[in-house]
Design a binder for this molecule. Structure first.
Ligand code: SF4
Length: 294
């Protein structure tokens, strides 16, 4: 049964050696295929009860129905499902707070963040969308699981559905990594595993079809990826599809872009997408090269 791109030799962790196995799910195709694969391995190792699925809820900036679908996918396997979100939390202030939020401010969604920062996220250190809205909130679940374990020595395996095909950066990531601070503490060890790093897109879809678990309709519109409707790494053709199906949200992006005077991507204004749609330009799925270069 495990015929789908076996992990690189030596990088298949011993699932039974972990107290918890945390699978990050965007509800997208890679998360979905990874979840099906991890469930199969966990069943074989008789540790399915240690698997927890976590979804970072991004609110209005992600495709509609994403959170519900992530939950449905987790429940299909009878797994515990956790949702985390930065939205609505109170800023602690100090150096941990993202610059535009003072102590006591309530964090908004990514668009609120962009408006306050007056700058869109970008590659490298400027990618605060991922660090502040996904990785940071997910870290809180790791802390919670450790607390539930009585703060005793705790080993957690974090599973992430990145694939090498998506970008050179993702290809260069180690498939299994022992984390250092802040994930590692005196009594906690965290390993990060990329279970489907070497799978092809075709293998991902085969796995999903065979699982019988529903996928998000955005893929049927032609989107190659899910998560944020408008991703700073998306090629123009994907932004066109996203825009055609999310005109109201697109209008919010365009308004913010105009207000802050900073273009959505370096040298590319998202207003161009709105203008193209208004001029009747149709979406062109053939122009999708899949290169998001995340
Ligand atoms: S999907 Fe794109 S814009 Fe959204 S958090 Fe990820 S990198 Fe940032």
């Amino acid at each position: 049964m495990l015929d789908e791109a076996a992990p690189v030799r030596g990088a298949l962790p011993d699932l039974a050696s972990y107290d918890a196995i945390l699978v990050s799910s965007s509800a997208g195709k890679d998360s979905q295929a990874m979840l099906d694969y991890v469930v199969e391995l966990a069943r074989r190792a008789k540790v399915l009860d240690r698997v927890v699925v976590v979804h970072a809820d991004l609110g209005r900036v992600e495709w509609k129905g994403t959170r519900k679908l992530a939950e449905e996918q987790a429940r299909h396997y009878g797994l515990r499902f956790e949702v985390v979100s930065r939205i609505g939390r109170v800023s602690p202030g100090g150096k941990d707070a993202s610059a535009p939020y003072a102590k006591g401010d309530v964090f908004g969604d990514l668009l609120d963040h962009v408006e306050r920062r007056r700058m869109w996220p970008g590659p490298g250190n400027a990618r605060y969308c991922t660090s502040d809205h996904k990785r940071g909130p997910i870290r809180r679940v790791i802390t919670r699981l450790h607390r539930e374990h009585g703060r005793r020595p705790f080993r957690l395996l974090q599973c992430i559905g990145l694939r090498a095909e998506e970008s050179p950066n993702r290809a260069a990531e180690p498939q299994l990594k022992h984390e250092i601070k802040p994930l590692k503490t005196k009594t906690r060890d965290v390993d990060t595993w990329l279970p489907i790093q070497h799978w092809t897109e075709a293998q991902v879809w085969r796995r999903i079809e065979r699982s019988g678990v529903p996928h998000h309709p955005a893929y049927d519109f032609g989107m190659p990826r899910l998560s944020c409707v408008f991703c700073i790494f998306a090629p123009r053709a994907a932004l066109m599809i996203a825009g055609a199906h999310n005109r109201e949200l697109l209008a919010s992006y365009v308004r913010i872009e105009r207000d802050i005077g900073h273009t959505f991507k370096n040298g590319f204004a998202i207003a161009e997408i709105e203008a193209a749609l208004e001029q009747g330009e149709t979406t062109n799925n053939d122009a999708l090269d899949g290169a998001w270069n995340m």
